[in-house]
Design a protein around this ligand. Structure first.
Ligand code: ADP
Ligand code: ZN
Length: 518
């Protein structure tokens, strides 16, 4: 079986050997098992269903949520001499009818469809006249409400498969799946957990950095100028911000393309092409840009604002370095952006549970910006890898400041929170600890607490940063509401009991005198 698969790889694609995980996935699919395949972006998931499609008799059905990607994939397959087509809302009814007719004549090896098609029972009826040995579910995380990209129409997949008389197997593919999402994919698509192939999420050629530089724009200008010959993407969170940055960078003579949902389709395509063809090295965009873009030589991705969750962040940052060369992913953190993201979440969801969940995800994104351990390891752990090793090259791994014990300070903060009744946010807690004379504090009688002013040798900004750090390390929890309230977690209580000690990298560089014993 593997020999046959390899043969297809060489004759159709011209590649010598399979990559990590491809062989295993193909083998599992070809032995008739429903299979889940989790591989990072650029890992080579497409081959994992395309090669079985070539080996199996009949037409493999591919479900994909990305209309633009579908066309690209089909074009690419046609160039390789593989018969494929797609059906989605971009086509006229006549075109759809023609393609379906050809499909019923078994003329394609692969048929790509958008998941919305599955909601029409007539369409399922038509599918039933095609011999379908395999259904590939691309971007399979869309099936889970725990994911960041839930598509209700994905819930029809299971039903559709039950209705197909050819009793197809399933292969589900995704680049982002937390353990919860993985479980959801497997249970909804009847995949047994031992038929899951995961190559891990690690992208070893990416170096992550979080910058808390006060002047972001200056940072951006300097970075972009220094790297002006390299391709890069800057993600900003709003159209307005994209326009502003685009204008300012153009004004200082940098050639830059832009992309956001407020531009006409023609403009967007034009700008995208300029970037893809290397006419301009830099693209400034909202998160509308990048889905299905296959540009391998992107050397850096900068997030000008914090994204709404780790899934989005990793997906966007992961567009750097698809050619496996060293690339940088930089997040420019500013505390005020958190309010905007919170506001957007509150606005966009009318379901309370959902909002709650999204706010928790946002908190994990914020924590990423405040930890002092390895950033890559944090990402991998988020996606369910156990005890990942430090990468050695992210901003935090390269930060050679000494860790110092801050258990006492942490205890002051935690006990102050408890004395205040664990009913308040970061700002007020920091004010009490630094001994602020604000009216609110007097009204609440917090100036009478024994913890009042305990950290008056620090600024409230510094105390705020300490609180963020303790939050990112799990000593402090944050409720998910419009006005987040901080509380002491069980782990935090252990600190108060002196059972756990807290260490943090000092904010001042300590120059060690290295003694030469030689
Ligand atoms: P994904 O869907 O996982 O993001 P793709 O399937 O688009 O990744 O593959 C990414 C790139 O890697 C593509 O350009 C593809 O042609 C290439 N590729 C995939 N498998 C192999 C292989 N075995 N050998 C060499 N290149 C490969
Ligand atoms: Zn690291």
């Amino acid at each position: 079986m593997l020999e046959k698969a390899k043969q297809k790889l060489q004759t159709y694609y011209g590649y010598e050997s399979f990559r990590k995980g491809q062989e295993q996935t193909i083998l599992s699919v070809m032995t008739g098992k429903n299979t889940a395949c989790i591989m990072p972006t650029g890992g080579g998931k497409s081959l994992c269903y395309q090669i079985p499609a070539l080996l199996l008799e009949g037409t493999t059905l591919v479900i994909s949520p990305l209309i633009s990607l579908m066309k690209d994939q089909v074009d690419a397959l046609s160039q390789l001499g593989i018969a494929a087509t797609y059906i989605n809302s971009s086509l006229s009814n006549e075109a759809i009818a023609t393609r379906m007719k050809a499909a019923m004549e078994q003329r394609y090896k692969l048929l790509y469809i958008a998941p919305e098609r599955l909601e029409a029972s007539q369409f399922i009826h038509q599918l039933n006249r095609i011999k379908i040995p395999l259904v590939a579910v691309d971007e399979a995380h869309c099936i889970s409400q725990w994911g960041h990209d839930f598509r209700p129409s994905y819930l029809y997949i299971d039903k559709m498969i039950q209705q197909l008389s050819s009793e197809p197997n399933i292969v589900a593919l995704t680049a982002t799946a937390t353990p919860q999402v993985k479980e959801d994919i497997c249970s909804r698509l009847s995949i047994s957990s031992d038929s899951t192939v995961s190559t891990g999420f690690s992208r070893e050629n990416l170096s992550f950095y979080v910058s808390k530089e006060a002047d972001r724009e200056k940072y951006l200008h300097q970075y972009v100028l220094k790297n002006k010959d390299e391709a890069g993407i800057v993600y900003a969170s709003t159209r307005k911000e994209v326009n502003k940055l685009h204008e300012r960078l153009s004004n200082i003579g940098i050639k830059v393309a832009k992309y956001h949902g407020g531009m006409s389709e023609k403009e967007r395509t034009q700008e995208q092409e300029r970037f893809l063809q290397d006419d301009v090295a830099l693209m400034i965009a909202t998160n509308a840009f990048g889905m299905g873009i296959d540009k391998s030589n992107i050397r850096y991705v900068i997030h000008y604002q914090i994204p709404k969750n780790m899934e989005s962040y990793y997906q966007e940052a992961g567009r750097a370095g698809r050619d496996n060369l060293e690339s940088e992913c930089i997040l420019l953190f500013s505390a005020q952006d958190i309010h905007i993201q919170r506001f957007l979440i509150e606005q966009s969801s009318n379901d309370e549970d959902r909002a709650h969940q999204e706010l928790n995800k946002l908190q994990q994104m914020i924590d990423f910006c405040h930890i002092d351990g390895c950033l890559q390891a944090y990402i991998l752990e988020y996606f369910g890898e156990q005890d990942p090793l430090p990468c050695g090259k992210c901003g935090n791994c390269q930060d050679d400041r000494e860790k110092v014990e801050i258990t006492k300070t942490a205890q002051m903060i935690l006990s102050c929170m408890i004395r205040m009744g664990e009913r308040f946010g970061k700002t007020l807690i920091a004010q009490v600890l630094t001994g602020s004379k604000s009216k609110k504090i007097r009204e609440l009688h917090f100036h009478q607490l024994t913890t009042y002013g305990l950290l008056k040798n620090k600024s409230s900004k510094e105390v705020g940063e300490l609180i963020d750090f303790l939050t990112s390390e799990g000593f402090i929890g944050v409720t998910s509401g419009a006005y987040p309230v901080l509380y002491v977690t069980n782990k935090g209580k252990e600190v108060l009991l002196n059972k756990v000690h807290v260490y943090r990298k000092e904010s001042l560089k300590i120059h060690k005198i290295v003694e030469d014993n030689g």
